[in-house]
Design a binder for this molecule. Structure first.
Ligand SMILES: Nc1ncnc2c1ncn2[C@@H]1O[C@H](COP(=O)(O)OP(=O)(O)OP(=O)(O)O)[C@@H](O)[C@H]1O
Length: 306
């Protein structure tokens, strides 16, 4: 067991055309976590995943997977990681059972150590084990890709946009599987464009922009970084002019409620409610809205103030 499943040090990648996709990236991913890799299109996520998977050669830097340096122990570091890719690259003439067996063979898993039936069960394809892949639905193919990433029992599983364009049922199934694998001790790294998904699934998140890690933190701490907060009030009677402390913005919602957005560092919810009462407002209901990951993401990748 190692503390960090992945240790990336000073990692850079410049493609042959001169495009720098990663610029001196340092990133440690704790063993046992579900770790989110987020960033706008072209940020460098796929490049990083492809380097981890051994599909793209880095220009410089060091990558350790499960304690194995990619350059010193290429075989062990490759054996420690499984990648579920974005594209549905499945041989149409193989059955799911054959596809899993071939993949296990590629990784040198001896027949006695293969868990083909267990994996088929996990991905819900036991009853399709002998069907030609070309007869499988898109969702089934995607599940087969997850199965293929698991044949060599990797300690680290990378999911590259696993739920892009899939229906809710498949998404739920994928997440149930991912949680189950994580509970069994597998470290999960996932890229997603669905920030809600990252917020719900990931313990920690790194946001990449222009080939650099702009932030890396626990998901809860990232959300806590944002100072803005909103109180939504329902008042017994309309109040013509609320007198509020400076810097509080007021918005009339369509349902008659009033949203007050304030900075936690400047004013408290109690002070705000007291100011409403002093202005003659009788509050009948109050809820609060927290900033979400999308706010954090936008503030870090577009330079917009949080
Ligand atoms: N094979 C390549 N040759 C040249 N440039 C490339 C190559 N692959 C990626 N790039 C460039 O490197 C940068 C990072 O791309 P990458 O695919 O890693 O980003 P990404 O964060 O995965 O984006 P997306 O979310 O769109 O998949 C982009 O500017 C891209 O155009």
């Amino acid at each position: 067991m190692t503390d960090n499943a992945i240790e990336i040090t000073n990692l850079s990648k410049t493609y042959a055309d001169g495009k720098t996709a990663l610029n001196s990236v340092d990133l440690a991913i704790p063993a046992g976590s579900i770790f989110g890799l987020l960033g706008p299109n072209g940020a460098g996520k796929s490049t990083m995943i492809n380097i981890l998977a051994g599909l793209v050669n880095k220009t410089s830097g060091q990558v350790r997977i499960w304690g194995f340096d990619q350059d010193v122990n290429p075989r062990q570091s490759r054996a420690a990681i499984g990648v579920m890719p974005q594209e549905l690259n499945i041989d149409p003439f193989f059955t799911p059972r054959a596809a899993l067996d071939v993949q296990a063979g590629l990784y040198g898993v001896p027949k006695s150590a293969r868990r083909t039936d267990e994996i088929l069960e996990l991905i819900g394809l036991s009853d399709k084990a002998e069907a030609y892949a070309r007869t499988l639905s898109g969702g089934m193919r995607r599940r087969l890709l997850l199965g293929k990433a698991l044949v060599h029992h990797p300690q680290v599983l990378v999911l590259d946009e696993p739920t892009a364009g899939v229906d809710i049922e498949l998404r739920q199934m994928l997440w149930t599987n991912v949680r189950k694998l994580n509970e069994q001790g597998m470290t999960i790294i996932l890229t997603t464009h669905y920030l809600e998904e990252a917020e719900a699934m990931c313990d920690e998140i790194a946001i990449i922009n222009h080939g650099e890690v702009v932030v890396r933190d626990r998901t809860s701490a990232l959300l806590g970084r944002l100072d803005a907060k909103t109180l939504v009030l329902r008042l017994e009677n309309p109040v013509p002019a609320l007198v509020l402390p400076g810097n509080v913005t007021q918005e009339q919602r369509r349902d008659g409620q009033i949203a007050l957005t304030y900075r936690r560092s400047q004013v408290s919810a109690g002070q705000l409610l007291a100011a409403v009462a002093q202005s003659g407002g009788v509050v009948t209901d109050v809820t609060s809205e927290e900033p979400d990951l999308e706010d954090v993401f936008l503030s870090l990748t577009s330079g917009k103030a949080a």
